[in-house]
Design a protein around this ligand. Sequence first.
Ligand code: GRF
Length: 207
Amino acid sequence: MSEPTRFALMASGKGSNARALLQAWGTEILPKELIAFVGIVSDQPEALALQLGAEYNIDATCIARTGFTRQDHEMRILQHLKNIGVEHLILAGYMRLLSPFFLEQFPGKIINIHPSLLPEYPGLHAIERQYEAGVRITGATVHYVDAGMDTGDIILQNSITMTGDENLEQFQKRIQCEVEHVIYPQAVRIFIEQCANTCAKNLSTKS
Ligand code: GRF
């Protein structure tokens, strides 16, 4: 049997999506034979996501931005990912766009979650902007990461209908708990299967 694919999670904030993925790890949807979470990387020393490392017994490393150019910061992250043997990346609230150079190191191997029904409301503050606009049908989207802002191919999305009575906090909580935390593990499973198919196709065209 082949080895599990090695993933790292990248997060800048509270890490509720990273937690949802780690909670699903070892269940039927993300079995340990298929996937190994080998690290959590943050650019923010205060990120609560880093605390998940101790809980799940995996490496959790902060590579802070302060004092580094964007390029140097990315080089440090890439070196760390190489050291811990990461093959695929999951962005879970990582709040910095990755450069084309960084993306080239993981072609088709980075995914992200965004709190809207893309292509609606890409970019920062998507929840606040939807709330202000009175959006009633919203949701979340998991997509491949390309050099644009939330523009990569969609893997999975699901919607939720707001009552219109939610305050901003409830609006955000419903998107996160009822959609994001449910679809992210499902999307990671699809992602692994798509990667396995691509690898199989590449092998058969080479032989
Ligand atoms: C999520 O809403 C995600 O869609 C966006 O950033 C937020 C991260 O939240 N990319 P958390 O840190 O996972 O709780």
